[in-house]
Unconditional design. Structure first.
Length: 626
């Protein structure tokens, strides 16, 4: 019962965050879609119902992009909150492993993955067909009629209209119209003091009524038999009222969905497999036909027939010699023969280039069918991978809310999106097989999920900045301060007389070491020793024993002075020295041995400085004890 209550608690924590993050991610990708295609929608006078329908289909089509990101963000926030509030620590202290804590969420994500596959296979194809058909219809829709002031308006096909000023009642002042609907050679120019523009009831025509103006028109079409140097007649018309009818389709006409249904975006898994089989059969038959035709047109067929003929062909003594015949021709005849042969070869080349272009297009379409088929599986698998990345990562960083989890999720998703697009491009262009390209992102992120899960189960601190800072300090030999606190209860009283002798012995060891190591260690001697420094190791061991013994003192001055002893890190370059033979081998390889040797020389400076500090602090401690 306790575990079941825990499962309910985890589900109540995860599911609201998952729904919230899914809505946020879907809204973000939908806004990206809007900004990408906003030019196709603005200024067309589309009804609100058409726009809502478009956004609905777009939202359904963008679910595959928003779902993995929402799983990653929700799992990261869930386990980050549990770790930040020490609830995850309490569960582990109760003996519940991380895998057991993740068990109910894994089951839920398995159902989400199955649902994502069903959604990708049954819902996405018809929604994408409707979305792209609707978007194509929007592109074909004429823009909304809104003639600006003091600017030529050219959105009406065949006309350029200029309006100086527009009154509030719709009256247009100082009109200038260029009518080139019948070609620029037959252009007509109309100038009017004012006019009105209205739409026909069927929304297929514009009725332009003009008042007090003139019209000019070339009559070049009536002057076909005239000489070219004669002037072109034109017609001038003065009118008080004139109306012209302009063809302008303002209706929204939906395109036929059958075109998109035959593409890969409108097919489910069964249809994709059926199309792939038929396309494979068609392409193989075309390749075989092209190969047979090429073989029949080549010399290889005649040569094989000659070799396989049962009749023995003996060369005739007086047979035709083509080289002598060619040389007997005149230069013009030779050029004609070469030109004719070249034209035949170029014709054959162009024919096969055309056939290869058509075949390449069909193969690319088949590859897109393959990638679309694999895409229906990669979405479900990506949801599971992102959970096994987000949950352990949240347990490691122990940060909830929308700060750090959002940053990490966005970075990981961008990395996934880039890798997925690279694989998709490689598969679409035929450089990789479709399954290699579409499963590339999963193959890259799966080891990361396994690694993070393993580290989280073992309570690793791989994302703790202090761990890396301390490790860098130790590796570089940077000193850290020592901290000693006065004990409330002292179990073993300090023998100050013996303690003074220990301090004096440590000081003597340090002075002996400094006198023996005034010069830098030679290169070959360093690698022959394999990094060993027994004297320094003995000094460090004696120092730590002295500090541990002195921490039992009840004198604050002495405890404060003990904290002045430096903390000596690994020396001179590693805690696990190498053997002499291994050291010689590394030293002989200069690209590795020389940089390590220089780093050791750098770190020995800190070691010698620390040993001098030990001597100085020892003298001060002896004065205090005296």
């Amino acid at each position: 019962m306790r575990i079941k209550r825990l499962y309910i608690f985890l589900l109540k924590t995860f599911l609201p965050l998952f729904v919230m993050t899914f809505g946020i991610c879907l809204f973000i990708v939908l806004m990206q879609f809007l900004w990408k295609y906003i030019d196709e929608m603005v200024g067309k006078g589309l009804e609100l119902s058409v726009l809502v329908e478009m956004f609905s289909y777009a939202a359904l089509s963008l679910v595959p992009m928003a779902l993995p990101l929402s799983v990653l963000l929700a799992s990261l926030m869930t386990f980050g909150n549990l770790g930040e509030q020490f609830e995850l620590l309490a569960m582990k202290a109760a003996g519940i492993s991380l895998f057991r804590i993740m068990k109910p969420l894994i089951i839920v994500l398995c159902f989400v993955a199955v649902g994502a596959f069903y959604f990708q296979n049954n819902v996405i194809p018809p929604s994408q067909v409707k979305m792209w058909t609707l978007l194509y219809s929007m592109r074909q829709k004429s823009p909304e009629l809104d003639i600006p002031e003091s600017t030529f308006y050219s959105e009406i096909a065949g006309y350029n209209i200029y309006v100086k000023k527009k009154e509030r009642d719709g009256l247009l002042r100082n009109l200038m119209i260029y009518d080139h609907s019948e070609g620029f050679n037959n252009a007509q120019v109309i100038v009017a003091d004012s006019g009105r523009l209205k739409m026909a009831t069927n929304k297929l025509y514009l009725i332009l009524s003009m008042y007090n103006g003139e019209a000019f028109e070339n009559l070049k079409t009536q002057k076909r038999n005239a000489k070219s140097n004669e002037a072109t007649p034109y017609r001038r018309e003065t009118f008080g009222t004139k109306e012209i009818l302009i063809k302008f389709d303002a209706n929204f006409n939906r395109a036929d969905e059958s075109l998109m249904q035959n593409r890969y975006v409108g097919k489910n898994l069964a249809d994709l497999r059926k199309s792939i089989d038929s396309m494979t059969l068609s392409i193989d038959s075309v390749k075989e036909s092209n190969a047979t035709l090429m073989y029949n047109q080549s010399y290889k067929k005649s040569l094989n027939e000659y070799r396989q003929s049962p009749v023995t062909h003996e060369p005739a003594a007086d047979g035709p010699d083509f080289d002598s015949i060619y040389r007997s021709k005149t230069a013009g005849a030779r050029l004609s023969l070469l030109t004719q042969a070249k034209s035949v070869f170029e014709g054959m080349k162009n024919e096969y280039v055309f056939k290869s272009t058509i075949l390449a297009g069909e193969e690319k379409e088949m590859r897109r069918h393959h990638t679309e088929m694999h895409k229906k599986f990669t979405l479900s698998f990506a949801c599971l991978i992102f959970f096994f990345i987000g949950a352990p990562l949240g347990a490691i960083i122990r940060k909830g809310g929308l700060g750090m989890p959002v940053v990490i999720s966005v970075l990981l998703f961008i990395f996934y999106y880039i890798i997925d697009n690279i694989g998709f491009k490689m598969a679409s262009n035929g450089m990789w097989t479709p399954w290699e390209g579409m499963w590339l992102s999963s193959a890259v992120l799966l080891p990361l999920g396994i690694f993070l899960t393993y580290k989280a189960v073992n309570d690793s601190v791989i994302l703790n900045a202090d761990t890396y800072i301390d490790g860098f300090k130790k590796w570089m030999g940077i000193r850290i301060s020592r901290k000693i606190e006065r004990k409330e209860v002292i179990m073993f009283q300090l023998d100050y007389a013996s303690f003074r002798l220990r301090i004096a012995e440590l000081k003597q060891q340090c002075e002996t070491y400094l006198s023996a190591n005034r010069r830098r260690i030679p290169y070959l001697a360093f690698w022959k020793s394999g990094g060993k420094d027994d004297e320094a190791a003995q000094i460090v061991a004696s120092l730590e024993q002295l500090v541990e013994e002195g921490s039992n003192s009840d004198r604050n001055l002495m405890l404060n002075k003990l904290m002045d002893y430096p903390v000596i890190n690994a020396f001179p370059w590693t805690n696990t020295p190498l053997s002499g033979r291994t050291g010689i081998l590394i030293g002989c390889f200069l690209p590795v041995g020389l940089p390590v040797y220089l780093i050791v020389l750098y770190r020995r400076r800190f070691l010698l400085s620390d040993i001098r500090s030990i001597c100085r602090v020892s003298d001060e401690l002896l004065d205090i004890l005296a």
